[in-house]
Design a protein around this ligand. Structure first.
Ligand code: FAD
Length: 283
């Protein structure tokens, strides 16, 4: 399959990328592993692509005190082999697609594309990440909770570039994990769950849990979090808390040829319990 014809411009800096996008009414191209397939399917016809993949200062993982900055052009493979970010991130990155996807696909592209079946939005939401965004009028930072707004939609404007993502550094007493039921062909999440759990004296003192794959946008599992905090982290208590996800799903659960909405609903507490149990073990 061939994509529609497009003009191509390569940017060497964030400023150049923003200017080129504006001049040519283009679309940013990072790893191309979501945008090019979408163009080949004729679901997008941007006319001009602004290649940002050679902007070197947007690549890499940089610890900074109690946070870690991940550049937007950092590949999934780089995240998968990082020991500097919370465990759930390399765990999720290792599960993305296949080696070719992981070597080309970028954190920024994954997050900006906001595919409901992507893994990183769910993990970044559970971690309480913030997204760094630069546009013509300056820069802003948006929490993951507010960033993902709907199916393939975020708060990013057409004229804004995601430059990076900031996550909390690993902390003693807190463990993070990601569990997913993958589509057997693409490896995209049918259901994915991420958890960040703090434990003291065997009891949960703080919990952040997110679910993805079955809703238009990843969402925090507030009822599960409330049911975890203050409890002994036994298997029975984790299972009971995970069951509370039923209260957070609402009417928007999606089904398709790979898995019905009812099946996804049934798998949600299973994936949450797995992520929470693993996170507790790491705390
Ligand atoms: C076969 C296959 C299997 C896959 N399996 C999985 C999987 O299991 N889990 C998963 O999570 N993902 C999966 N993916 C998606 C993969 O992770 C993509 O790489 C990723 O979603 C998009 O990143 P990219 O760098 O390729 O972005 P691109 O395809 O280059 O861009 C995607 C979109 O984001 C925009 N964009 C890119 N970077 C920026 C930026 N810095 N600022 C603003 N906008 C930007 C582009 O304009 C475009 O609209 C799979 C892809 C394929 C092809």
């Amino acid at each position: 399959m061939y994509p529609p014809k497009f003009d191509y411009h390569r940017a060497g800096s964030v400023e150049e990328a923003l200017a080129m996008r504006k001049e040519h009414d283009g679309k940013f191209l990072a790893g191309g592993h979501s945008l090019i397939p979408v163009m080949k399917l004729r679901l997008a016809d941007p006319g001009c692509l602004v290649d940002i993949s050679r902007i070197d200062n947007l690549k890499g993982i940089c610890p900074d005190g109690d946070t870690v900055k991940i550049g937007a052009l950092t590949t999934h493979a780089m995240v998968a082999s990082s020991g500097e970010v919370p465990e759930a991130l390399p765990e999720a990155a290792k599960m993305i697609g296949d080696p070719m996807v992981r070597n080309r696909g970028t954190v920024g592209g994954n997050v900006a594309h906001a595919d409901p079946a992507s893994d990183l939005p769910t993990v970044l939401t559970a971690l309480g990440a913030s997204m760094q965004i630069t546009g013509e009028d300056g820069s802003r930072s948006v929490g993951a909770d507010d960033f993902f707004t709907d199916l393939f939609e975020t708060v990013l404007g057409e004229d804004e570039l995601l430059t990076g993502v900031t996550v909390p550094a690993k902390t003693a007493g807190t463990g993070t994990a990601y569990a997913k039921l993958p589509n057997p062909a693409s490896r995209y999440a049918i259901v994915g769950a991420a958890a960040s759990i703090s434990v003291a004296d065997g009891k949960c003192t703080a919990a952040s849990v997110a679910i993805g794959g079955l809703l238009p946008a990843t969402t925090r599992a507030n009822a599960v979090e409330a049911a975890l905090v203050g409890q002994e982290m036994t298997d029975a208590n984790i299972k009971a808390a995970a069951a509370a996800i039923a209260d957070s799903l609402g009417d928007d659960v999606m089904g398709d040829i790979h898995a019905s909405a009812d099946y996804r609903k049934a798998m949600a507490p299973v994936m949450i319990a797995r992520a929470v149990k693993t996170a507790v073990g790491r705390a």
